[in-house]
Write a protein that binds this ligand. Structure first.
Ligand code: G6P
Length: 362
């Protein structure tokens, strides 16, 4: 049928969508480049955000995880205090809104009901809102004041891959443009750095066979698993864990590496897989210390480290990219690990039980 045609020679949409990520990244750079090759966003959006003294990011699922990376970019590049909210929790834990808040809704589909009900409320209160979405003309796009598109192409697999990397990329571009507008020297050429990220993603994708073997070694026979990391690596660990659990049904938690010893370490048994992300020089040795803690208690550990921070015995090496953009590369092997683990365990990668691509009920 038509959908098989779109899949081409791929057995599953998820694999196709993982593979598309470098091309999506290059496409995004093009779309956001102005005439002089400078990255830019719509003037009206920029003007509205220049007024804001606090940003609230609202999202669900994978988009929520992208929100944490977005917060990091907005705070470091644009220097605007930013909070991240799970959409379905917003009403119960409504943040104190003072001064000039600005809202960002991140939604691949632009149709998620939990996010929409917050947007409706925000508009009632009269606050400005931006939707970052993959779908032009979607409900959240129409109802917000501004839209930034992801240009990722249709994402069919329920487990999000290319939308997540696109969301992080667009957040980085937005924060970078905003930062420059505010007079902060960003000290990098983001378009150039993103080009290097696309190449690094290509390299990881070429190493599928190694990731297939790692999935076999770590996930064939386990009930649970952990991803750990610090800083940006922690945010990626949350997404990596969601990816693995939602399609392979292995109960997986993404943990702040330093928090493990405050309770969760009790769950480590002989053979429990613990995968650590090590892409940030400032915390690499601390995370490695945590890997040793769990290894000495029997965990089956695996370190995914960025070139320059790698050590003897690390199982997967990521090509070097700018540290701030490491999440874009680091998530790719975890997507492929989830993909292969699911295949090996005999489940349908694209259609995990009980899940829907887009959830239009609260
Ligand atoms: C569903 C999907 C998730 C997705 C979430 C948010 O639960 O299964 O993969 O991350 O919705 O979707 P959105 O379209 O708003 O990004």
């Amino acid at each position: 049928d038509a959908s098989d045609l779109e899949k081409g020679t791929y057995p599953y949409y998820m694999l196709k969508e993982i593979d598309e990520q470098p091309a999506v990244l290059r496409h995004i750079i093009q779309e956001y480049q102005g005439e002089d090759n400078q990255l830019e966003v719509d003037e009206a959006l920029l003007a509205a955000m220049m007024e804001a003294d606090r940003i609230h990011i609202v999202a669900c699922g994978t988009s929520y995880h992208a929100g944490w990376i977005g917060k990091h970019y907005l705070e470091t590049l644009a220097k605007i205090p930013t909070e991240v909210h799970i959409a379905s929790e917003f009403s119960y834990n409504q943040p104190l809104l003072t001064g000039k808040p600005f809202f960002i809704f991140i939604s691949q589909s632009g149709e998620t009901a939990d996010s929409r009900q917050v947007l409706v409320k925000v508009k009632e209160l009269g606050y400005p809102a931006l939707t970052i979405t993959n779908v032009q003309g979607s409900t959240l796009s129409r109802e917000a004041d501004h839209t930034l598109l992801l240009y990722a192409g249709p994402e069919i697999a329920v487990a999000s891959s290319k939308a997540y990397t696109a969301q992080m990329t667009v957040m980085a571009i937005l924060a970078d443009v905003l930062g420059r507008q505010k007079g902060h020297d960003s000290q990098w050429d983001l378009a150039h750095e993103l080009g290097l990220v696309a190449r690094a993603m290509d390299t990881v994708i070429d190493e599928k066979a190694q990731l297939e073997e790692l999935a076999q070694a770590y996930f064939t026979d386990t009930r649970n698993a952990f991803y750990i990391g610090r800083g940006l690596d922690y945010y990626v660990a949350m997404e990596a864990a969601l990816k693995l659990k939602e399609i392979s049904y292995i109960q997986t938690e993404g943990f702040a590496a330093g928090e493990l010893k405050h309770g969760t370490i009790a769950l480590i048994e002989e053979g429990t897989p613990v995968l650590a992300l090590v892409t940030q020089a400032s915390n690499a040795s601390h995370t490695r210390g945590n890997v040793e803690e769990v290894r000495s208690r029997g965990a089956n550990t695996c370190v995914i480290a960025m070139e320059g921070l790698e050590q003897e015995g690390d199982q997967f090496i990521l090509p070097h990219v700018h540290e701030e953009l490491a999440p874009l590369v680091a998530v790719v092997p975890t997507q492929l690990l989830a993909y292969y683990a699911t295949l090996q365990r005999g489940y349908d990668v694209d259609k995990p039980r009980n899940l829907a691509k887009s959830v239009t009920v609260e």
